[in-house]
Design a protein around this ligand. Structure first.
Ligand SMILES: Nc1nc2c(ncn2[C@@H]2O[C@H](COP(=O)(O)OP(=O)(O)OP(=O)(O)O)[C@@H](O)[C@H]2O)c(=O)[nH]1
Ligand SMILES: [Mg+2]
Ligand SMILES: [Zn+2]
Length: 354
């Protein structure tokens, strides 16, 4: 039997089989192979006990796609949620989310929640004028005033979506508004720091009836904020900015990073790029440069390490980090490593503020 993983919690995997949630463990063989299982995965289930609603996962079917933060597989789109205020709108943070989703070739839609709050800085117009011309759909919503709901329902209809964004922007509140029966936990942002307090702790794929025969699968996710481009090569960053990628083929040098004037078509056309977007681009390239420097000149071998740690609440946390080894590597090995890491599919993120 086949089920889709909707939640992972303390070594238990919850699979949805035709509307029934079945609690699963994983087959020893899969454990030995260190198989990684994510929310959104399609799993083969055996040893099904219909009385206790339990089963064993014996295989994970090939994935259509995967994003590492938040970890989820087989999705159609990501809705990046930000708040007009509380927490304050950070354009660079928005660019980080957009660029990181683009890395995985998954469509992204921008949703600005809490649009009932005072727009003292004229952010609504700013967002529209920056992101609409480069092709992003923007929806303004308010849970308090019930704004943007129909538009949001149309976007979610018949799709598997991820709702991502910093803690406190209103991800869970928005889903509760779409379907009040969900009763997801929400909390006010801290008065002291104006930041969310991580009310949602786990990714969960929810089946949501939207009324009028509309139906969606949406993943509520914990908020996070410290995405960094310390895992890709600097020349890949331009591909994550649609408006820069359009101009870059006409630069004089094919390896132009669009940071200096010398025959750079991006800089010649800099007035076509929003200032904040170019600022974000420069920062992300710098982060990627640090990464490249680290793996090229340190004379140390970098390797991707995936560690599974058992922490106090017995919940398994997947830690992906760059490790260093003092052993010298041959130039050939280093080159292979470089091309390995520079492939977009291989990118992943470091760190987590959870
Ligand atoms: N003014 C206003 N407040 C909102 C709106 N939507 C949500 N809030 C409030 O924002 C706070 C945070 O909402 P949550 O839904 O918990 O935020 P979240 O994004 O799920 O946060 P995490 O689970 O911590 O990642 C709550 O106090 C909500 O009542 C809105 O449209 N307008
Ligand atoms: Mg939440
Ligand atoms: Zn250039």
């Amino acid at each position: 039997m086949i089920g889709s993983i909707v939640k992972i919690h303390s070594n238990f995997y919850y699979a949805n089989v035709e509307g029934n949630i079945i609690e699963c463990k994983i087959r020893e063989k899969l454990k030995k192979e260190k198989a990684e299982i994510y929310v959104g995965d399609t799993a083969l289930l055996e040893e099904i006990n219909y009385e206790s609603n339990q089963a064993v996962i014996t295989e994970i079917l090939p994935r259509k796609n995967f994003i590492p933060r938040p970890s989820i597989a087989n999705i159609d789109q990501v809705i990046i949620l930000a708040a007009l205020d509380q927490p304050s709108l950070d354009l660079m943070q928005l660019d980080r989310y957009l660029a990181s989703i683009r890395l995985y070739n998954i469509p992204a839609i921008i949703c600005i929640n809490k649009s009932d709050l005072d727009d003292v800085k004229g952010m609504k117009d700013q967002i529209s004028s920056i992101y609409e011309p480069i092709g992003y759909k923007i929806i303004f919503t308010s849970v308090i005033k019930g704004l943007g709901i129909d538009e949001l329902k149309d976007v979610f209809d018949s799709k598997i979506s991820v709702l991502a964004g910093a803690s406190g922007v209103g991800k869970s509140s928005l889903l509760n508004m779409l379907n009040p029966q969900l009763k997801l936990k929400t909390n006010p942002v801290s008065a002291k720091t104006s930041r969310g307090i991580h009310s949602t702790r786990h990714v969960e794929l929810l089946e949501i009836s939207l009324g009028n025969d509309k139906f969606a699968q949406i993943a509520d996710t914990p908020g996070f904020s410290n995405l960094k481009f310390d895992n890709i090569m600097p020349d890949k960053v331009q591909e994550l900015f649609v408006e820069i990628a359009e101009l870059s083929p006409d630069c004089y040098y094919s390896d132009c990073l669009h940071l200096e004037d010398d025959g750079c078509n991006v800089l010649v056309n800099i007035n076509k790029i929003a200032l904040s977007r170019y600022e974000s681009y420069k920062i992300f390239v710098k982060e990627a440069m640090e990464f490249k420097k680290k793996i090229t000149f340190s004379g140390q071998k970098e390797e991707k390490r995936i560690k599974i740690l058992d922490v106090k609440d017995k919940e398994k946390i997947r830690i992906v980090k760059l490790g260093t080894k003092t052993r010298e590597t041959s130039r050939k090995n280093q080159k292979q490593k470089l091309s390995f890491i520079s492939s977009l599919d291989d990118a992943y993120y470091n760190g987590d503020d959870e």
